[in-house]
Write a protein that binds this ligand. Structure first.
Ligand SMILES: C[S@@+](CC[C@H](N)C(=O)[O-])C[C@H]1O[C@@H](n2cnc3c(N)ncnc32)[C@H](O)[C@@H]1O
Length: 286
């Protein structure tokens, strides 16, 4: 069982939309277009940000006719990227009402509300007809979900025959416990990392055939190293009063001031081999 209340309270506070608008204004984006690269530090809520989204999109293969379901769509950065890059239509669903409201708002502000839409729903009970989508997409969501068999069965149910599941998730590493808090959970009670073999068995049990299984752990490790170096350089420049003010647009806005600690712990968990990162593409056979 997912403890939905705990997961919802982890992601996003009730006044998030107001704070988002204030941060957009502080970043000089009160009116007019929202450049995706300016939003990426905020709305690509997963390890390696936009680069990971680009890689997964290339791996799954999309075109303008693709109907995509983004399961756990968060603030909508990946869905807006897919719709604008490939011209496809993307339906997002997310458990967090605050994130759904923010994703809708950013879609309107980006002039993309005709190509992306968002529902507030649980990934374990998708409010869509069977065989509705060409691609089911999910990044860094399954870590909050214990019942993976239901998650993957639901994804398979809403996919057309021959449709593909694109997945990018943190999995267990060497079996040592994680350092908490991490970006998806402040405590072990809402963190459900799975071992890669068990995840593969769960996917296959839901009827999927694995097409691509790529370990992205090394790239994640390098990305966290680079972030640490950049943060240290920024802190040194700030101490010497030569740095520009940090961007108001970042995941601290959604997750609170302890987000830096959460992200740091994920980097540490990966560096110590406690967690790994997987990219998977699987097909619902015809
Ligand atoms: C780390 S964020 C990732 C957001 C987005 N996929 C991205 O990569 O930018 C995890 C998201 O999963 C959502 N989530 C967690 N459990 C869920 C569930 N059972 N059903 C739907 N969404 C869920 C959370 O509300 C949150 O928005």
């Amino acid at each position: 069982m997912v403890d939905s209340v705990k997961v919802v309270s982890h992601y996003g506070e009730k006044d998030f939309l107001e704070r988002l608008d204030a941060a957009l204004a502080a970043a000089g984006l009160r009116d007019g277009a929202l450049p995706p690269e300016a939003l990426a530090p905020l709305d690509q809520f997963h390890t390696r940000g936009l680069a990971a989204t680009e890689e997964l999109a290339t791996a799954v293969g999309l075109d303008a006719s693709s109907k995509v379901l983004d399961i756990g769509s968060g603030l909508g950065g990946p869905s807006r990227y897919l719709a604008s890059k490939y011209g496809c239509r993307v339906q997002g669903i997310d458990l967090s009402p605050a994130f759904v409201a923010a994703a809708r708002h950013l879609a309107r502000r980006s002039g993309m509300a005709d190509r992306v839409s968002y529902d507030c729903a649980n990934a374990l009970d998708l409010p869509y007809e069977a065989e509705s989508f060409d691609v089911a997409w999910t990044q860094h969501v399954a870590m909050n979900i214990a019942d993976r068999d239901t998650l993957y069965r639901e994804a398979a149910r809403v996919l057309k025959k021959g449709g593909r599941l694109a997945l990018y998730d943190v999995v267990t590493g060497n079996g040592e416990p994680l350092h908490f808090p991490v970006p998806w959970s402040r405590e072990p009670a809402t963190s459900f990392l799975m071992a890669p073999d068990a995840m593969r068995a769960s996917l296959e049990g839901a009827g999927f055939r694995i097409l691509d299984w790529t370990d992205r752990t090394e790239a994640a490790r390098a990305w966290f190293d680079e972030r640490r170096r950049a943060a240290a350089a920024g802190a040194a420049a700030a101490a010497a009063a030569t740095a520009a003010a940090p961007s108001p647009l970042g995941l601290h806005l959604a997750m609170g001031p302890d987000f830096a600690v959460m992200a740091g712990n994920l980097g540490r968990n990966i560096a110590e081999g406690r967690a790994a990162v997987l990219q998977v593409v699987a097909e619902r056979p015809r």
